[in-house]
Design a protein around this ligand. Structure first.
Ligand code: PMP
Length: 334
């Protein structure tokens, strides 16, 4: 592929600086238009409205393999599908609207693929009208993929830049919706950041407040408090964000404040990190070349990350309600 692109005077697509998650192998089966099909048969027409107008919404979530339990735990499965159905409502994409329906189909798929490792799962719902109009609402296709996937990054943390691209807003293109089209904004910011020598970007709202990263929510530690922008500040209502707020308050006894964050507060923060289902918890080491704290991952960041990962892997019995076992209802060891 690289040679093919070179022949035509095109560089191969830049690898993202941090995403080491691409899997060399693909799973045997995919759910395509609601049916279990071999991976290679999951194809759409180039003139599908999903291709023409991005009539597509999705969810991304993880499952964590616990070798001691012989179990794969899906993290906050139903919560992801509650958000999916909310996204479909806002995006006016009709389709099955019972979160449990999606959960049970996805578990069937993981079992069909016999996955016994950490996995990433992507569920897409799209209007698949062949050469259909902008306002097409049918037919709706539900597709699901489950892919073995390890940690997001092997680096200790990210050096990021504040983007000159402004985060999309609820009044124009709601960021709380997990619509594929929103990632045009994310991609512009992420590409610019990399060309400018950063690992990744922070996007601001049109008022100049901190919103989030291209694919993650953001937290700051200042004066021992954990601070994160509220869900009305141009962010996706992240499930990892929600989980970390609960863990910080209830398990670690930390004070968490949801309030707007100014750009320059980032420069003087004691700690900063991104979070998301795929990224988990990723320390930010510098912003616009300002070192954060002492330039190494912060203590509270690492504490939260460890507790989050232990929870997701089924090692925190008091949080078992967040986990759905895939293969059985093996109890979580204490
Ligand atoms: N913001 C954006 C723009 C994202 O793409 C993601 C990843 N889904 C997040 C935040 C984090 O959301 P979650 O924790 O639900 O994965």
């Amino acid at each position: 592929m690289a040679a093919f692109l070179k022949q035509r005077g095109l560089a191969s697509a830049p690898e993202t600086a941090t995403d080491t998650t691409t899997s060399p192998s693909h799973p045997e089966f995919i759910i395509f238009r609601g049916e279990l099909v071999p991976y290679d048969q999951a194809r759409v027409h180039v003139l599908s409205t999903a291709m023409k107008f991005s009539t597509i919404v999705f969810e991304g979530l993880r499952g964590y393999w616990n070798a001691d339990h012989g179990e794969l735990y899906c993290f906050r499965l139903t919560d992801h599908f509650v958000r999916l159905t909310q996204t479909m409502k806002i995006a006016r994409i009709p389709g099955p609207n019972d979160p449990e329906w999606y959960a049970s189909r996805l578990l069937d798929l993981v079992r069909a693929n016999h996955l016994r490792s950490d996995v990433h799962m992507r569920v897409q719902v799209f209007v698949d009208a062949e050469d259909g109009p902008l306002v097409a609402t049918e037919p709706v296709a539900v597709c699901m993929a489950t892919t073995p996937r390890g940690r997001f990054t092997e680096s200790t943390g990210l050096n990021v830049g504040v983007s000159s691209w402004i985060r999309i807003a609820d009044k124009s293109m709601p960021p709380r919706v997990k619509a594929v089209a929103n990632y045009h904004n994310s991609r512009l910011a992420a590409m610019q950041a990399r060309l400018d020598g950063y690992d990744d970007a922070v996007l601001l709202t049109s008022d100049g407040r901190v919103a989030e990263g291209p694919g993650y929510n953001l937290f700051m530690v200042r004066s021992g408090r954990l601070v994160t922008p509220p869900i009305t500040e141009g962010i996706l209502e992240g499930i990892t964000r929600d989980s970390l707020i609960a863990i910080a308050r209830e398990t670690l006894n930390l004070e968490v404040v949801e309030r707007p964050i100014d750009r320059t507060e980032l420069y003087v923060a004691n700690e900063l990190f991104f979070c998301g289902s795929a990224a988990e918890v990723v320390p930010i080491l510098s912003v616009d070349h300002h070192t954060i704290g002492t330039g190494v991952p912060g203590r509270l960041t690492l504490l939260l990350r460890d507790e989050y990962l232990a929870t997701a892997r089924g090692m925190v019995p008091s949080r078992s309600e967040w986990l759905t076992p895939t293969y059985g209802d093996s109890s979580i060891a204490t």
